[in-house]
Design a protein around this ligand. Structure first.
Ligand code: ADP
Ligand code: MG
Length: 330
C-alpha cells in the first residue's frame, strides 16, 4: 500500500509545458481515476509515478519519499497498458512467470503464485493457452496477472479497457472494482471516458491542458462542478449551458433536471422557464432524450416518460436548486 504525492510538478517537452505546477495527493488504498480529454497529460503523469518519464521540476513522492532517483523496478509500482504488452509466443503461464524468473523466485513458489493469481482473475483454466487463443478480456486479465505477481503497492493502469468491446468493457469495470476491493491496494487508473471515471473511482481527478480542474468523489464532481469545463465534461448528455447576459456569465442545468410540460407551469414552481420546440427525440427504452430549440439556445432534456413528439411546442422548467452558475472569466 502506498500514497503518492505530486508537489509543484511541471513537465515540458521541447520547451512546451504539458504539466503545469501540479499538486496532487493520491490516497493510499483508494481507486483514483485520472480523466480528461486526449492530450491533457494523463499518461505523462502516470509515467512519472512509474519512473519511466522524469518530471522537469517539482517533486514526486511515494509514501512520503522523493522517488526522483529511484529506478522504475524499485518503486513498488506495476503498470497495465491498453495494448496489454503480453508476449504472443508464450503461454499464459509463461507470460506471467517471465518477470518472476527474472527476479529469481524459486520454481515451486512461482507455480503457487501463478495459480493463486490466475484463480483470482479467472484464468485458472487457461494457463497453457497462447494469447492468440484467448478473448480480448482474457488477454487483459493476463496483463493484470502479470502486474499482480509483482505484488506492487501501486497499480497504474493506462486506458486498460479501451481495446475491448462495449459489453466486455462494462464487465471488466466491475471486475476491476472487485479486484481493487480484494487487494486493497492503491489503484491509479487513466481514462478519457467519463463514464469509466464515474463508475469506478473513489476519487476523480479531472484534468485539462496539464492542469487539474477538479478533484472530488464522483457524486461531488457531478453535483458540484466548480467550473464550466468540469460541468460539461462529466455527464451524458453534457450539462446544458445558457448565457446570463452579463460579461460571459453562464448558467447550467443537467438534462435530467429539466421538466417539460404542454401548459405553462404555475408561476414560482420552477425557477427557470422557457418555451421551445422539440427538434429531436431519441427513445432509449427506459428514458427519452429530447433536443429543444428555444430562440438561439438548444437544450437537451432527459425524461423518464416518452410524452412528446418532434415539432411539438413545450415549456421547459428547471427548479432553482438544480441550476448552476459560472463566472465570466472561465
Ligand atoms: P493523455 O495521456 O492525456 O492523452 P499525454 O500525457 O500522452 O496525454 O500527452 C500530453 C501532451 O504531451 C500531449 O500534447 C502530447 O503530445 C505531449 N507529449 C507526450 N509525450 C511526448 C513526447 N515524448 N515528446 C513530445 N511531446 C509529448
Ligand atoms: Mg494517454
Amino acid at each position: 500500500m502506498a500514497s503518492i504525492q505530486f508537489v509543484d510538478v511541471s513537465k515540458t517537452f521541447d520547451k512546451q509545458a504539458v504539466i503545469r505546477d501540479l499538486n496532487l495527493t493520491i490516497e493510499d488504498g483508494k481507486f483514483t481515476v485520472l480523466v480528461g480529454p486526449s492530450g491533457c497529460g494523463k499518461t505523462t503523469l502516470l509515467r512519472m509515478i512509474a519512473g519511466i518519464g522524469p518530471h522537469t521540476s517539482g517533486r514526486v513522492l511515494i509514501d512520503g519519499k522523493d522517488v526522483s532517483r529511484i529506478p522504475p523496478g524499485q518503486r513498488g509500482v506495476a503498470m497495465v497498458f491498453q495494448n496489454y504488452a503480453i508476449y504472443p509466443t508464450m503461454s499464459v503461464r509463461e507470460n506471467i512467470e517471465f518477470g518472476l524468473k527474472n527476479n529469481k523466485v524459486p520454481k515451486a513458489e512461482r507455480k503457487r503464485l501463478i495459480e493463486s493469481i490466475c484463480e483470482t482473475v479467472g484464468l485458472a483454466e487457461y494457463l497453457d493457452r497462447k494469447p492468440s487463443d484467448l478473448s480480448g478480456g482474457q488477454r487483459q486479465r493476463v496483463a493484470l496477472a502479470r502486474a499482480m505477481v509483482k505484488k506492487p503497492s501501486v497499480f497504474l493502469m493506462d486506458e486498460p479497457l479501451s481495446n475491448l468491446d462495449a459489453k466486455l468493457r462494462v464487465q471488466m469495470r466491475i471486475e476491476l472494482i472487485e479486484l481493487h476491493k480484494k487487494l486493497g491496494t492503491t489503484f491509479v487508473y487513466v481514462t478519457h471516458d467519463q463514464v469509466e471515471a464515474m463508475s469506478m473511482a473513489d476519487t476523480i481527478v479531472l484534468m485539462n491542458k496539464g492542469e487539474i480542474q477538479q478533484e472530488a468523489a464522483p457524486e461531488a464532481i457531478y453535483h458540484q462542478p466548480n467550473n464550466l469545463f468540469t460541468a460539461q465534461f462529466i455527464g451524458v448528455p453534457p450539462m446544458n449551458i445558457g448565457e446570463l447576459g452579463t460579461e460571459g456569465a453562464r448558467f447550467g442545468f443537467r438534462p435530467e433536471h429539466a421538466v417539460l410540460s404542454r401548459q405553462l407551469p404555475p408561476e414560482s414552481a420552477l425557477h427557470y422557464q422557457t418555451r421551445g420546440t422539440i427538434i429531436t427525440r431519441e427513445m432509449l427504452g427506459s428514458e427519452t432524450i429530447y433536443q429543444i430549440r428555444s430562440g438561439s439556445d438548444s437544450f437537451m432534456v432527459k425524461s423518464a416518460e416518452d410524452l412528446y413528439r418532434v415539432d411539438e411546442e413545450v415549456f421547459l422548467g428547471v427548479d432553482a436548486s438544480k441550476l448552476h452558475f459560472f463566472g465570466g472569466d472561465e
